[in-house]
Design a protein around this ligand. Sequence first.
Ligand SMILES: Cc1cc2nc3c(=O)[nH]c(=O)nc-3n(C[C@H](O)[C@H](O)[C@H](O)COP(=O)(O)O)c2cc1C
Length: 330
Amino acid sequence: MAPMEDVTDQAFRLLCKEFGASMVYSEFVSADALIRSVNRSLEKIRVDDRERPVAIQIYGRDVESMVEAARIVESEASPDILDINFGCPVKKVAGKGAGAGMLKTPQLMLNITREVVKAVKIPVTVKTRLGWDHQNKIIVELAEQLQDCGIEALTIHGRTRSQMYQGEADWTLIGQVKANPRIHIPIIGNGDICTAEQAADAFDRYGVDAIMIGRATFGQPWLFKDVRTYLDTNKHDDTMTLDWKMDVLKRQVRTSVAYSLREDNALKECKRTELGGIIHVRRHLANCPLFKGIPDFRQTRVKILRAETQEELFELLDEARNRIMDFENN
Ligand SMILES: Cc1cc2nc3c(=O)[nH]c(=O)nc-3n(C[C@H](O)[C@H](O)[C@H](O)COP(=O)(O)O)c2cc1C
């Protein structure tokens, strides 16, 4: 499962792990905030043994802070992997030279990578994009250079920074990196995988060692189960009934609320409430693919996005289930 800020907290990671994600990633953690012991960052690097293998991802803009943050992650959390984010396109990160901003300063990117690899004993990996923009798709050469810094795997999201999340992910350069005879580290392909068929196709066409799935997990954490079954048997997982899926969504609500209410939760005050957990989970539910194509579902979706209690959400999920059944029976 892909790292996603405000999405892949421990509760969601454990759920996806249970449904077959081979590896899960934390939300990205700011190196500077971690060094300052900001509560939210300390919360993000907390790892539960049940989610292993798990990667903690950090981002930052200079060698010293990245090395220090890497050491903190290793000593405080002992994740299986330390991942470096050189792919985040948002202005407050890339605009300051971190994340995908490093695609403009590849020498600094390589220095950070080399020094972080030297500073910790756990494996270090990198996640990045094709390049800064259409004219600067540097990934094929960059992949070799990153490998030479000692990283143990590379994830490539098939877009440039300029594309943000627009257009379609272009996997051809991911395939070229993988086909490069000099590359011996695992290459993880990422971008726009939404179905088991697309997952299988990515392996077949581009030869990648693994795929990373992000947005398609919204409202269907069971996607990993289907992908896994499909990769193994070429058939979809037909054991997952509608009622089973609705129960999973209710469980997701419960775990999100429980996670938000944890006594040792270091998250900011407003999240330490039932509402914190509800706010976190409701956009997942509103995006659930099961609700696509149901006539006049908009009102229900809006109600889901405005719900403030578990009971409200459970009632709306029951209503949604009945609407799906009616639709399928007609
Ligand atoms: C809400 C959201 C938050 C994200 N946060 C991160 C992050 O913290 N670190 C990171 O490397 N990528 C982050 N990404 C990018 C995803 O990991 C992934 O590269 C991207 O969504 C493309 O994959 P997909 O098409 O499967 O979603 C984020 C994406 C979304 C939609």
